[in-house]
Design a protein around this ligand. Sequence first.
Ligand code: HEC
Ligand code: HEC
Ligand code: HEC
Length: 426
Amino acid sequence: MRRIGTAVAALVALAAGGVAWLAAAGLAEPADAVDAPVPAAAPDAARVRGAYLARAGNCALCHTAPGEAPYAGGRAIDTPFGRVYASNLTPDAATGLGNWSADDFWRAMHHGKSRDGRLLVPAFPYVQYTRVRRADADAIFAYLRTLAPVARPNRAHALRFPYGSRAALALWRGLYFRAGTYRDDHARDGAWNRGAYLVQGLGHCGACHAPRDALGGSARDSLDGGTLAESGWHAPALGGGAATDTLTGAARLQDLVAYLSHGVSTRRAASGPMAGVVAESLQHLAPEDVQAMATYLLALPAPVRPAHPAPTASAVLDAGARLYDRHCADCHGADGRGAPPAYPPLAGNGALTLPDAANAIRLVLHGGFPPGTAGNPRPFGMPPYRLQLGDAEVAAVVSYVRNAWGNRAGLVSAAEVDRHRALSLP
Ligand code: HEC
Ligand code: HEC
Ligand code: HEC
């Protein structure tokens, strides 16, 4: 609550001081040479390409309400500022994009504005999609036009005042949004650039993996690690290919590619919201595109992790070790080496020793499944322990696995576990 209060105060203060600057920023949007419409390629090729690119952008995930027609919108998305609803993208004339032109669609993707000029809420990740090139946006639009039209009126957002107002959105855009397509860095090779284009643009990885401030904004193209406000999942910093482990060179690239395309590798498993990203989007991408993304991530500077001394003997860790033997060792092994890809190893698993223990706590409380993918068609699950174990016990067992078998990370408190019990599921 306090955070929201502070955010409102900040908005008001900014509104007073920032408007002139903002108007200037809005006008100064550079003319973009690649913004010009691209002559249509063979229609079928464009549509197939568009379907693929829509996968890379995971458009269906947000734009499909559970159990309803794909792309017909209506799915609720909770944000710290209230609830918003994704729009109907089918070509229905009255309620969808039926009357839209490719230019209208481009304005939404590139500038975050609807056909009537309304400023779109940034839960639609146009901050990242603005990186998408015109030809790719046109291909997605061509694909969306081939869907069966579904008459389903868009639902009004339920945002707290003043977040949904045009003034607040204009202000927000002035602070955090710059339109501009991705430009190749000619000092880098083709794979790096392809990866950067996909990660920064359609993949909208920064929508979760960038730290956000109280107004929900983040630094452009940052992948320095973020926490999903509503569920408490932590999307780790991705520099250096994420979770620091002992792999190097080709083996490290291979491990990251396996994680992204199958959801499991010999080192770790994707869980929570990331399992959804792999299931709905990444597993469907061409191997060379996933490889390119991994190449780009590995080339980013690795985050600096605090060094932790070897743990001293403590009653908490002893209790954690006993709980581990009783509840966890059957799957993850007494030696913590697991049985990948069915059961991820915990020894040497960098996902476990992040400074933020949120994901391990959430998995122990609520259990989880890696995604079902071609590379791991029948994933094994982890059971939930929220009914069997109290806060102090979950804290002890998580502290233990973070410090057993050579792992080193801070201990977890019962209060931290309690905080996660109250948060929503993914
Ligand atoms: C993380 C969720 C999310 C993803 C992923 C997403 N969208 Fe959206 N999208 C939204 C929300 C929410 C809105 C409603 C914005 C508003 O009304 O202010 C929206 C609005 C739009 C609009 C504007 C529609 C209108 O009537 O003004 C278009 C066009 C659109 N999205 C296209 C796409 C495409 C194409 C993709 C994939 C490349 C995509 N979206 C992926 C959440 C998402
Ligand atoms: C909806 C939010 C969301 C989006 C979008 C998202 N991620 Fe994630 N990602 C997460 C969360 C949460 C985790 C932690 C889950 C886990 O440890 O399995 C994660 C974990 C990861 C990891 C493992 C990191 C580590 O240190 O173990 C990698 C690599 C990764 N994501 C890459 C990506 C890439 C590349 C994209 C864009 C194509 C992306 N993510 C988009 C939420 C997201
Ligand atoms: C029935 C087998 C099983 C048991 C018992 C089990 N787990 Fe798991 N565990 C799994 C599976 C499967 C996953 C992958 C889940 C996912 O990706 O969502 C996993 C994932 C994890 C992870 C995340 C690893 C990663 O790579 O992100 C942690 C931490 C973890 N388990 C800890 C524990 C602890 C602590 C216990 C005991 C309290 C336990 N597990 C009991 C099967 C098990």
